[in-house]
Design a protein around this ligand. Structure first.
Ligand code: FE2
Ligand code: FE2
Length: 250
């Protein structure tokens, strides 16, 4: 069982790249299932129904989200019936707290949690949230997207869950880390998958307004940049228990 997990998809230009290339990528890498983080697809913040449908048609089976899950309010109209695992440690919000995907005889459970360090949010404890779900939900494989800023929090979760889940992939920073590994008790891990989006950008958005925001402290609206695109993620081989970083440029 080989899974390609793509990091935060930023904007519609890179969605077109995914639409054009995903079937080739799946073939070349013997991929059975594609998962992705979709919190930034709609102009960098959130997800609309049209874009959700395009992701599904492109060949992605399951999506995780993040701190921008509800940035486009229309998501509440379709999230309950979607293939989206929203952050499980949000209290009393629409959407599924885990997503189950069947492949042949196997079941994969996708769980998405938000970190709490440097995240300005009010989410419940990600450690206890995952404990609660994996102890009550039967599955052949559990894959966790830890959407968090701090590598310390992600690595703490990896050690806490080692041997109890199949893989833990980090998202949110949009910068791919070079620390992919198999943990001591067998869980596959990477601190961040990186983003799918514009290469010459600041985490996917146009450069100039963000530099100005840092210098002046005045908020300027931003949007995804154009130009060269990158796809970042990781291939999780759940049969051989091996993780490989994925990176392509267009
Ligand atoms: Fe993101
Ligand atoms: Fe995020």
């Amino acid at each position: 069982m080989r899974i390609l997990y793509l990091g935060d998809i930023v904007g519609e230009d890179v969605l077109s790249v995914i639409e054009k290339n995903l079937s080739r990528i799946k073939k070349e890498n013997n991929i059975n299932i594609v998962l992705a983080n979709a919190e930034n697809v709609a102009k960098g913040r959130g997800l609309t129904k049209d874009l959700y449908k395009r992701l599904m048609t492109a060949g992605i089976s399951g999506l995780s989200m993040g701190n921008h899950t509800f940035a486009k309010s229309q998501i509440v109209d379709f999230i309950d019936e979607s293939n989206i695992a929203r952050p499980a440690n949000l209290y009393n919000v629409p959407g599924k707290e885990f997503l189950q995907i069947k492949y042949n005889t196997k079941t994969i459970t996708l769980i998405n949690v938000l970190g709490r360090v440097f995240m300005n949010g009010s989410s419940d404890c990600p450690f206890r949230t995952i404990d609660r779900i994996i102890s009550s939900v039967k599955s052949d494989y559990y894959i966790i997207d830890v959407h968090a800023e701090a590598t310390s929090e992600k690595i703490a979760l990896a050690n806490y869950l080692d041997g109890r889940v199949s893989a833990i992939v980090g998202t949110h920073t949009h910068v791919q880390t070079a620390d992919e590994r198999k943990m001591n008790k067998g869980t596959l891990y990477i601190s961040d998958l990186g983003m799918c989006g514009p290469y010459d950008s600041i985490l996917g958005d146009e450069i100039e307004p963000i530099i100005e925001r840092f210098i002046t402290g005045v908020y300027k609206p931003t949007k995804p940049a154009n130009g060269k695109m990158v796809l970042n993620g990781a291939i999780l081989d759940l049969t051989l228990n091996k993780i490989t970083r994925f990176h392509e440029e267009y």
